[in-house]
Unconditional design. Structure first.
Length: 245
């Protein structure tokens, strides 16, 4: 349910839940796996946003999902996807990938190389229709990203250059912003801004560094400026509705 009171909630990288084991370093924006906080289970329709670093020749072995829209965005290296519907592929920077779990799907996500970690952000949003047939889609949008600005990566609203998701109230925007580049954060009931690389300045929140996030509720359209030295890569969820969980 959308809220009417404007809110801005900044979450720093080192404040997030951490999973650190021999093959995985993962920062969780929301409650995940063994990390649970009843006051931090989602923002809007976004219930998972994990920043993962997976060591060479390791990864997530075959496991199940259902009734979830799962979007994977690789920042460095390569990730090999295989699922029970027969889809296989290598996800790399600039390749948007979505898996609709629907009635149920099993998949694995592995780092296929032996000399380099892979870093990725995986995000889950709730679908607007449950019990659909599982589906998979990917699209290389590197050319669009190189033009600058915010590019629709995953959308339930039929944007150009976007993979589709089964959630009409959600759009994921990405931007590889040049030093000093300015963009406008969408005006929506719920917005989640994540700094995947570099640094930015966001109106009302100030300076944000890599790994920082801001949860906006009815905050209006805000100006975001990339670092004048390093630029930035940002992932922004625009959501017209929330959910009670």
């Amino acid at each position: 349910m959308a809220q009417s009171t404007p809110e801005m909630d900044t979450r720093r990288d080192d404040e997030r839940f951490l999973t650190s084991i021999d093959w995985l370093h993962s920062r969780h924006s929301f409650s995940f796996a063994n990390h649970y906080d009843p006051s931090n289970t989602h923002h809007g329709l976004l219930i998972v946003s994990n920043d993962d670093i997976i060591q060479p020749t390791t990864g997530f072995s075959t496991h199940p999902h259902q009734d979830m829209e799962i979007v994977t965005w690789v920042l460095e290296g390569e990730l090999e996807h295989k699922d029970s519907e027969g889809h296989t592929g290598i996800i790399y920077p600039g390749l948007a990938q979505r898996m609709s779990a629907g009635t149920g799907i099993w998949h694995s996500e592995m780092n296929p190389v032996n000399d380099k970690p892979v870093r990725l952000v995986q995000m889950w949003v709730l679908p607007d229709t449950e019990r659909i047939r599982p589906a998979y889609q990917q699209l290389d949008i590197s050319a669009e990203l190189d033009r600058g600005g915010l590019i629709p990566v995953a959308s339930g609203q039929d944007h150009d250059a976007a993979i589709s998701i089964r959630q009409k109230q959600a759009v994921l925007w990405a931007g590889r912003l040049k030093a000093g580049e300015v963009v406008t954060v969408p005006d929506a009931a719920y917005v989640h801004v994540y700094v995947a690389r570099g640094g930015v300045t966001l109106d009302g929140a100030g300076a944000l560094n890599e790994g920082d996030a801001v949860r906006l509720t009815g905050a209006g359209a805000l100006s975001l400026t990339a670092s004048t030295t390093d630029g930035a890569e940002v992932l922004i969820w625009e959501m017209g509705a929330g959910v009670d969980r």
